[in-house]
Design a protein around this ligand. Structure first.
Ligand code: NAD
Length: 253
């Protein structure tokens, strides 16, 4: 059986991925704020290093997979926390585990979002991709939650596409799922937000398949991509959103 590491495994999509991998008999190392095998605050540099060191200590012989799932939604303040966790933590911890993934020809599944396609390649995204964390945080704190969130996922998707070929040459497949609106504590907080709640509710009501998704529906696809059944997939970003992205951007793929 395999050994996997996962950030953000305490609730929501991460908890569903953790359960499915463990039910299949795999060992799963969870990094989260409080309920983890490694407890670390990924918004901080020291927390990211603690996560890397903790996973390395628990998986010295390598990893079959890594899922940087921890994330914050657009209702979180300050907006720069979204930038730190959704982009910089996901990228930094992935890079810090690369040699462990190479050892076992592992697979990375990042958690993007269908909102990544709703923003362009703007100055914020450029700051993220240029690894300018302090400047990106300062920039985004003057914006809004949607810009912070969607931009973080747009940049994460670009980072993946830029790095997937090099990772593939080293035997590591790196892909992403881009969920639509999923019923989790994150989306509950957005629905309860006085500024974003109604927009989010209308967005949920417009999903072509007629309802918002469940965490297990995302975990099913993540576990497929991690498995040998997806052995030729690399650099792919898979929308799992009940048809929402196709509805919004029919001629782009
Ligand atoms: P969630 O709030 O249920 O889970 C997020 C997890 O990340 C929690 O376990 C939380 O403790 C952890 N986390 C948050 N900040 C952290 C920090 N600083 N350090 C360590 N851990 C931290 O939310 P979710 O909806 O399951 O989100 C999981 C991922 O899915 C996120 O990356 C999110 O952006 C993405 N996503 C969610 C939706 C949705 O509608 N729910 C849609 C698209 C993408």
């Amino acid at each position: 059986m395999g050994i996997y590491a996962l950030t953000g495994g305490a609730t929501g999509i991460g908890a569903a991925i953790k359960s499915q991998l463990r039910d299949a008999g795999h060992k799963v190392i969870v990094v989260d704020l409080v309920e983890g095998d490694v407890c670390a605050d990924l918004s901080e540099l020291a927390g990211r290093q603690k996560a890397i060191d903790g996973i390395r200590a628990l998986a010295p012989n390598g990893l079959d997979g890594f899922i940087p799932c921890a994330g914050l939604g657009p209702s979180v303040r300050p907006f720069s926390l979204i930038t730190k966790v959704n982009y910089f933590a996901a990228v930094t911890v992935t890079e810090g585990l690369l040699d462990l993934l190479v050892k076992r020809k592992g697979s990375v599944v990042m958690i993007s979002s269908n909102s990544a396609a709703m923003v362009g390649h703007d100055d914020y995204v450029e700051l993220l991709l240029a690894d300018k964390e302090a400047q990106a945080c300062e920039f985004v704190d003057g914006k809004d939650g949607h810009t912070a969130y969607a931009g973080s996922k747009h940049a994460l998707s670009c980072w993946l596409r830029r790095n997937a070929p090099d990772y593939a040459r080293q035997g590591v497949r790196i892909n992403a799922v881009a969920p639509g609106i999923i019923n989790t504590p994150l989306s509950d907080k957005v629905l309860a937000d006085k500024d974003l709640g109604q927009v989010m509710k209308d967005f949920g009501d417009s999903v072509p398949m007629g309802s918002i998704g469940k965490p297990e529906q995302i975990a099913d696809v993540v576990c497929f991509i991690l498995s040998s059944k997806a052995s030729f997939m690399a650099g792919s970003i898979v929308f799992v959103d009940g048809g929402h992205d196709a509805m919004l951007r029919p001629d782009q793929f």
